[in-house]
Design a protein around this ligand. Sequence first.
Ligand code: GDP
Ligand code: MG
Length: 177
Amino acid sequence: NAASSGKVDYVFKVVLIGDSAVGKSQLLARFTRDEFSLDSKATIGVEFQTRTLVIDDKNIKAQIWDTAGQERYRAVTSAYYRGAVGAMLVYDMTKRESFDHIPRWLEELRAHADKNIVIILIGNKTDLEDQRSVPMEDAKEFAEKEELFFLETSALKSTNVENSFNTLLTEIFNTVN
Ligand code: GDP
Ligand code: MG
């Protein structure tokens, strides 16, 4: 079958955005290498990581771009968004401020990216439930209003990371088919 042929049927560019320290690089490390580091220094200079997965008997190569410490307002360049078919908009559920900045990130994304881009909102660090400062209902409500997918994750515990990327990539796959 097609999936076992080894040939890549689709390459999907996905961008990670959101404030610094919300866990973007660790979500990426977890998804592409099943790794996690608690003292992750600012993002290593690599532009993107890839992982190939099978959806509907097709080989999908996800090319996931990570910001290289450009999270300051408007510092992410349009080249970063160019060609992206998916975006993960990440906040830290223990840091209210990172959630309050989400509308700003969404606005940037919508200004630079393709209008059909598929977006998932991610509340990361659910392993720190006792420090939660963003109620799940607030995020869910925002996501519904803005027509985004939404999940809470823990890169540390590996909770919902696979599910988040799969949800995004499957929806992208469905929109191109
Ligand atoms: P980025 O700046 O958005 O790329 O954030 P990083 O991935 O570098 O993570 C920032 C800090 O948060 C690091 O110390 C990570 O180890 C930590 N971190 C990332 N994800 C999680 C998580 O799910 N749970 C916990 N407890 N810490 C996390
Ligand atoms: Mg990073």
